[in-house]
Design a protein around this ligand. Structure first.
Ligand code: GP9
Length: 416
């Protein structure tokens, strides 16, 4: 019942840090394009194969925006859909199954709903079947106005490969759609080509395969390189369009592409032993905030996808009245740096804690286990709390609970 929400609200209040307001409202009233890059991990950024850059365009682009190099994905079995859930709600996904399937009927206070209330037209763009990951149902619960799915794109066999519509065409069609959208808009694009098993038509291969012992990793380099070329075309067209002046672009990786089954090959490529610590660090994904008026900076704060929503609302200068969010604005210099994974592991400014073992985050050196106790405890506490909200569908009590709390506070003040 509604009482179940009280401890969560109390926890949120206790853990709220004083917001520095850094860069607050710099994108006020602007359109937002959030681009979710399929299976894109940070290790490809500024990295090479056969002496060639894997992501030459992104490498340059990131110098012009705010680039985060200690940003982690936090997904579990729901993969891309889990990353969407983290972004929309600033809640953790579930440990088993995909919350997009299991709890699509819950009441949420999604970011699309919030932006909607503030006058934004909100949409998601993804050229796959609309039922994939139950998106057509869940998107309604999150408050999207529109879902541009496969049927809204010019998907032909010539323009498709593997999982479907090639990114270059997806980008092209999507930009045309954006030009027609009511403004301000918030749209989330989800790419598809850089998806396992990472195959491409011959003419789209812009780099030779890798030479490691894993065919998967060897091909991944090629689809990553392809995605970067498609991104280049998109961003250049975007910059030449009228949208550029009034739009910010947020690019992030949704989850890993190379699983731990390919550790040996990864070690060959990166020229180091991929132990438990390195495997954890490989879960970093790129995050870039880019747009006119946003000054370039390299940001090393430790964070994850759960932090995207508060970061965005801060940039947009939007008051977010949903108190149940686990994320912390990535641009706030005094923010709590703690990234919790669905497995109960964590990274903070000093440590990485994995299954009871404590590592120095900078050096990867094993440390005295007790140093990570606090991090592990916090991870457990937050995951349980987030789960209780989802399993109990507790956000439906939000208004009621806040009303009671406000009344209590009011009467306490009278008594003081
Ligand atoms: C499917 C796409 C890929 O529509 O989002 O999903 P994934 O398998 O990466 O979760």
């Amino acid at each position: 019942d509604s009482n179940e929400l009280v401890p969560v609200i109390n926890y949120m209040n206790e853990n709220k840090s004083e917001d520095s307001d850094r860069l607050e409202g710099v994108a006020e009233g602007k359109n937002v394009i959030v681009m979710s890059m399929e299976s894109t991990q940070t290790f490809v950024v500024d990295n090479t194969l056969h002496g060639e850059e894997l992501t030459p365009y992104f490498n340059d682009l990131k110098e012009e925006g705010i680039y985060f190099d200690n940003f982690y994905h936090q997904v579990k079995q729901g993969r891309t859909s889990d990353s969407e859930f983290l972004l929309a709600n600033s809640l953790y996904p579930l440990n088993r199954g995909a919350v997009f399937f299991t709890h699509s009927g819950n009441q949420y206070e999604g970011l699309p709903s919030l932006l909607n209330e503030k006058g934004y037209f909100t949409s998601s763009m993804h050229a796959n079947d609309k039922t994939f990951w139950n998106r057509n149902v869940m998107y309604d619960s999150l408050g999207f106005d529109e879902f541009y799915s496969k049927e809204d794109y010019d998907v032909t066999p010539e323009k498709s490969h593997g999982w479907g519509y090639l990114d270059e065409y997806f980008f092209e069609d999507s930009l045309s759609k954006m030009k027609e959208m009511d403004q301000p808009f918030y749209t989330k694009m989800i790419t598809l080509t850089n998806h396992y098993p990472f195959t491409l038509p011959e003419e789209q291969k812009l780099i030779e395969e890798g030479e490691t012992g894993s065919g998967t990793l060897n091909r991944y380099f090629q689809t990553i390189r392809y995605q970067d070329e498609a991104l280049k075309k998109f961003v250049e067209d975007f910059k030449n369009s009228e949208l550029y002046d009034d739009t910010i672009l947020v690019i992030y990786g949704d989850h890993f592409g190379i699983s731990e089954n390919h550790q040996k090959a990864m070690g060959e490529y990166l020229d180091k032993d991929i132990n438990e610590f390195e495997q954890f660090q490989l879960q970093r994904v790129p995050l870039l905030i880019y747009g006119k008026g946003i000054k370039g900076e390299k940001n090393h704060t430790v964070g994850g996808q759960i932090d995207l929503r508060p970061t965005l609302t801060n940039l947009l200068g939007i008051e977010d009245d949903n108190p149940i969010q686990f994320g912390h604005d990535l641009l706030d210099e005094d923010r709590r740096q703690l990234m919790i994974t669905r497995d109960g592991n964590f990274a903070n400014e000093d440590y990485v804690g994995i299954q009871g073992t404590c590592y120095d985050r900078e050096t990867g050196e094993k440390l005295e286990a007790g140093l990570c106790d606090e991090g592990f405890d916090k991870a457990q506490e937050e995951l349980e709390m987030s789960d209780s909200i989802i399993y109990g569908d507790l956000l439906r009590y939000l208004d009621e609970t806040e009303m009671v709390q406000n009344k209590d506070e009011g009467s306490n003040q009278e008594n003081d």
